[in-house]
Structures are given as structure tokens and as C-alpha cells.
Design a protein around this ligand. Structure first.
Ligand code: SF4
Length: 204
């Protein structure tokens, strides 16, 4: 059985200067405050089968990139993720594939690094600040080594980017620390606008 997605949408914003098909997978291994897709994370939405996503990706000529988003794509079986990506690329070898990830599953990223064109890795707080990372992600005993490992896997792939929402609890010195950390990486970093999600159950 293939992957079951929640939905997909066309976007000109997710990958710079490209039209992408962004496909959303359910579930996540973190519980971030103000998560925009918390309903996907807790499984409150219905499902569509991967063949619908593959069909749209192969039939719509403006699609340049397929983005696997969520939720957190890497909580799904790496074999199923690989099979899905292979089907996309077999139908159209010119289509690029990027996986959006919170970087907390480097083992799965390693299993897919040879077949994807990049990852969008979240850096939710300074890598040196475990407490702030735990606060932001609603997750105790977070292992920062896993985030570092994921960055090591993703860096240098052509479509890899790093992203940080400008959470209101990040101080300017936190932002500067993330900026300095990412300056030493090969792929670009983006500081994104923060949008409050009052309905998110992970806020408290
Ligand atoms: S990593 Fe955080 S923000 Fe992203 S889907 Fe999971 S809980 Fe939401």
C-alpha cells in the first residue's frame, strides 16, 4: 500500500521561482507551539491516496517540484516515501522533489538523500539552546544531535534550505546565533514571519 496524504495544493511560494505541488502527510513527532497544521498532526483530517498526487504531478505541466510536507513526512515509512518519489520521477524525470522536515528523523533522511533534490529543514531555536528548543517544540529531552545530523545530511543538496519562524519568544541574540550558525552552512537560511495560531492545542 502506498502513502496516504491529507491534501495537496499548488504553490508558487514554497520553492523560490518555481511552481510546486505541495502534498501534505499526516502525523508528527514534535508538538510545536502555534503549529499551523496541528489538525494534520493529530489526524483530524481525511485522506487521499498517493495515486491522486502522482497523477496531478505528472499531468500538470507547470509543476516543477513536488514538495512533501505535513505534518512531518519522515514519520512515514522510508520505503513508502522512496517508492512514491520513484513513481513521481519515473513519470517525469525533470520533476524535482523536496522534503520539508523538522530535522528530528535523520535516519529516514539518510535513506532518501540519494533520491531527493533537497530538504527544507526547520531550525526552531539556536542549536545550542536545548531548553528553548524544547519549549518551542513542546518536546522534552530533545536530542540536538539529531538536528545537527539532519543538517549534515541535507546541506549542499541543490534545493536544501533552512527555515526559522520568527517566534516572539526568540530574542534578537537568538536570531543572531541562528544566523551565524547557518552562515557556515552551504544552503541558504530564511527567517520567516510568525503567525499566531490561537486554536493550536500545543500552545499550552
Ligand atoms: S514540526 Fe512542529 S510545526 Fe511542524 S508539523 Fe510538527 S508540530 Fe507542527
Amino acid at each position: 500500500m502506498g502513502l496516504r496524504f491529507v491534501s495537496y495544493t499548488l504553490s508558487s511560494k514554497d520553492v523560490p521561482r518555481k511552481w510546486s505541488l505541495v502534498a501534505f502527510l499526516p502525523g508528527c513527532n514534535l508538538r510545536c507551539k502555534h503549529c499551523h497544521n496541528w489538525r494534520l498532526v493529530v489526524g483530524e483530517k481525511g485522506y487521499i491516496f498517493e495515486r491522486e498526487v502522482i497523477q496531478e504531478a505528472s499531468q500538470n505541466p507547470i509543476i516543477d517540484t513536488v514538495v512533501l510536507s505535513g505534518g512531518e513526512p519522515t514519520v512515514h515509512s522510508p520505503d513508502r516515501l522512496r517508492a512514491f518519489i520513484e513513481r513521481i520521477k519515473n513519470r517525469n524525470p525533470d520533476v524535482k522533489v523536496r522534503i520539508d522536515t523538522n530535522g528530528y528523523n535523520p535516519e529516514v533522511m539518510k535513506k532518501l538523500v540519494d533520491i531527493v533534490d533537497g530538504f527544507a529543514v526547520d531550525i526552531k531555536a539556536p542549536i545550542s539552546n536545548v531548553e528553548l528548543y524544547e519549549f518551542t517544540t513542546g518536546t522534552s529531552k530533545i536530542d540536538m544531535g539529531r538536528i545537527r545530523e539532519s543538517i549534515g545530511v541535507a546541506d549542499q543538496l541543490p534545493l536544501t534550505i533552512y527555515r526559522t519562524p520568527r517566534y516572539p519568544w526568540l530574542l534578537q541574540e537568538d536570531i543572531e546565533e541562528i544566523r551565524e550558525f547557518t552562515d557556515d552552512l552551504s544552503s541558504p537560511w530564511f527567517l520567516n514571519e510568525f503567525f499566531e495560531v490561537p486554536s493550536c492545542p500545543f500552545n499550552t
